[in-house]
Design a protein around this ligand. Structure first.
Ligand code: SF4
Length: 310
């Protein structure tokens, strides 16, 4: 059962690294939760992002997500007593400046912002999210074992599962693991939590395979609505997740072999950057690249400036 916790504030607005040197065959057999979610949402979206690798402009929401994630990661570099809301809010602007340096294209978000008011408002909204974080957790009483942790494992089929865990907490005495992910959006409506929890089960499966221990708790922190979703997985859950991922991968391989990437229209199309190329909206996809590689999946922890992981 998923447990939902709501902030009293209401509804106001890692370590490690991927195997960058992995050869093409290795990379071709890898899947992250984001790309798995793309395929489940719309096979054509998966194709555009993973096979065509079409560029996507940074979005204000996703870029704010990157800044907020960065602040929440670095907050734990501070001594516990300094992890206060005021101190954390002062970290927003430097996180934005660091992102600008790393990815200058994000400046385009505010290209028409002559008097700086749009940027100031956007930074303020990031500070609001940080403020809300403190209504959900007290970081002065937390010492994460890992932040932005790259995890990867290989299933018996040869498929590699990989991704970045925002935070991993380890209980001092029992060694129990808690997997934590921050979302800057709002929590899903009642009845839709399980889909949101897929990403966390995916990470739990990878961690179980890596450490031989099922994480005790999966925790999604929704800063947009001030809610926490919690779930306690067991081995049966993770075996079911493994079967689901294997079936998903088979479907991706079939689509790759057949070149059959069907659009699956939904209300999420309103946020799709590739609507103009989508047959469901009168568009024509570009020709498939000559060498199609199904799972050349380059998920990175940050910058998260496309609207995938905010
Ligand atoms: S517009 Fe909708 S159906 Fe078309 S590719 Fe994007 S998500 Fe899929």
């Amino acid at each position: 059962m998923t447990i939902r916790i709501r902030s009293a504030a209401g509804d106001a607005p890692g370590a490690g690294a991927p195997a960058d040197g992995a050869d093409a065959d290795e990379r071709a057999l890898s899947l992250s939760p984001s790309r798995a979610s793309d395929f489940m949402t719309c096979p054509l979206l998966y194709r555009f992002r993973t096979i065509d690798r079409l560029p996507e402009p940074p979005s204000a929401d996703a870029t704010r997500g990157t800044v907020v994630h960065s602040v929440l990661e670095r907050l734990f570099d501070l001594p516990a007593a300094e992890r206060t809301p005021d101190r954390a809010r002062t970290m927003v602007r430097p996180a934005w400046d660091a992102l600008l340096e790393l990815e200058p294209a994000v400046a385009d978000l505010f290209a028409d912002d002559g008097d700086g008011s749009a940027l100031a408002g956007w930074l303020g909204s990031a500070e609001d999210l940080i403020q809300r974080y403190f209504t959900l957790e007290d970081p002065q009483h937390l010492e994460p074992a890992e932040r932005e942790l790259y995890v990867e494992t290989r299933l018996d089929s040869g498929l590699r599962l990989r991704g970045y865990v925002d935070r991993l907490d380890r209980a001092v005495h029992s060694g129990d693991l808690r997997v934590v992910d921050y979302k800057t959006g709002k929590a899903p409506r009642a009845g839709f939590e399980q889909r949101a929890m897929f990403q966390m089960r995916f990470y739990a499966l990878v961690l179980w395979r890596l450490h031989g221990r099922v994480p005790r708790l999966l925790q999604l922190i929704y800063l947009g609505s001030g809610e926490i979703l919690r779930y306690e997985p067991d081995e049966a859950d993770l075996r079911a997740t493994e079967r689901k991922v294997a079936a998903l991968w088979q479907a991706i391989e079939r689509a790759t072999v057949n070149g059959d990437w069907r659009p699956s229209p939904s209300r999420l199309c309103d946020w799709c950057n590739h609507k103009a190329l989508c047959p469901a909206y009168g568009g024509t996809p570009p020709p498939l690249p000559a060498a199609v590689v199904a799972g050349d999946d380059d998920e990175a922890p940050s910058p998260r400036t496309s609207p995938v992981d905010a």
